[in-house]
Design a protein around this ligand. Structure first.
Ligand code: ARG
Length: 284
């Protein structure tokens, strides 16, 4: 029998979505990193976003930009990792936990409709998309889904039903409970590098979830000081890792495993509690 692989998530990333930070600012505080008194510098943020985009392109992936002029009320929409969870041409759109971001789903739906995706949206269950759900493990068929701060455990079964491609499609959703408020989305503390390896700050998960994750992937442990710099919030394109600068311990570890690290500055987005990976969504 052929091994079932998650075609759009296996191998080197080819197409990545980014949302232009047209109205980006720190307008409210919905995670421990956000403080309205510590405002992001808009010009600097725009430059940083452009550098992230060109670095992704240099590493060989195409960037598909979602414009956001009419999303004036949604300063966090730049964090499009939270748009939804993809499998092939299906997307499970996010139902945001906080009212501040709830309405973003309308813009994401419009974008994915245009790209020809089949979208689903559950009014009843909270889940924050690929910011809180990452493919890893054999065939990239294990979806590690964050549970607690932003996503409900009930979503696991719903996701399973809604993004299954056909009767033979097989994948598993593993609930991973997040217990450290600083790491409120699974992509702030866990980063699959390929189907066998991920980097992670494991104390962000409860002990049962730590064991569950270890069943599916080898782990490169990152120290707390690097986790705080959001080293796990990296964009991975084959052997390239694009990441906020300064996590030297982890950078050395990655290099030892054959990865080329591309440090960039994401300081302005970190004021909103996000870094490089949050500003992207892998499409293929
Ligand atoms: N301010 C945003 C929020 O709190 C940041 C989102 C970061 N996104 C992510 N995928 N970790 O929702």
């Amino acid at each position: 029998m052929n091994k079932i692989v998650n075609k759009s998530m296996m191998g080197v990333a080819k197409r990545i979505m980014m949302c232009r930070p047209t109205h980006f600012k720190v307008d409210y505080s919905i995670n421990p990193w956000m403080d309205e008194k510590v405002q992001a510098d808009f010009e600097k943020a725009t430059k940083q976003w452009n550098t992230l985009k060109s670095t992704i392109e240099k590493c060989g992936a195409e960037v598909v930009v979602m414009e956001s002029e009419d999303a004036r009320d949604y300063p966090d929409i730049v964090f499009c990792a939270n748009a939804g969870i993809l499998r092939g041409k299906k997307i499970y759109l996010s139902h945001f936990a906080f009212p501040e971001r709830y309405g973003e789903h309308v813009f994401y739906k419009r974008f994915f409709d245009k790209l020809g995706f089949e979208t689903s949206f559950n009014q009843k269950i909270i889940h924050e998309g690929a910011g809180d759900a990452l493919w890893c493990g054999e065939g990239m068929n294990i979806l590690v889904s964050g549970v607690g701060p932003r996503s409900d455990v009930q979503a696991c079964e719903d996701i399973q039903q809604k993004i299954k491609l056909n009767a033979d499609d097989k994948f598993y959703v593993v609930a991973a409970r997040l217990v450290d408020p600083r790491f409120y989305h699974v992509d702030t503390c866990f980063c699959p590098l390929d189907e066998n390896l991920a980097m992670a700050y494991m104390p962000a998960f409860d002990s049962v979830s730590q064991n569950n994750i270890r069943n599916y992937t080898e782990l490169l442990p990152v120290p707390e000081k690097d986790a705080r710099r959001f080293v796990c919030n990296s964009v991975v394109i084959g052997k390239h890792v694009i990441v906020h600068h300064g996590s030297d311990t982890t950078f050395k570890l990655l290099e030892k495993h054959g990865y080329q690290v591309h440090p960039i500055d994401m300081s302005e987005f970190m004021k909103a509690g996000g870094s490089a990976k949050c500003c992207t969504l892998r499409l293929e």
